[in-house]
Design a protein. Sequence first.
Length: 31
Amino acid sequence: MKLILIGSSTGGPNQLKFLLKDIDIKNTCVV
């Protein structure tokens, strides 16, 4: 499983939690 790294400018912790619930390898965001 890949980690999704989200900067505060793209949503912060709330966005990270949402993405982890619906995790997908092709949707990995590295900021």
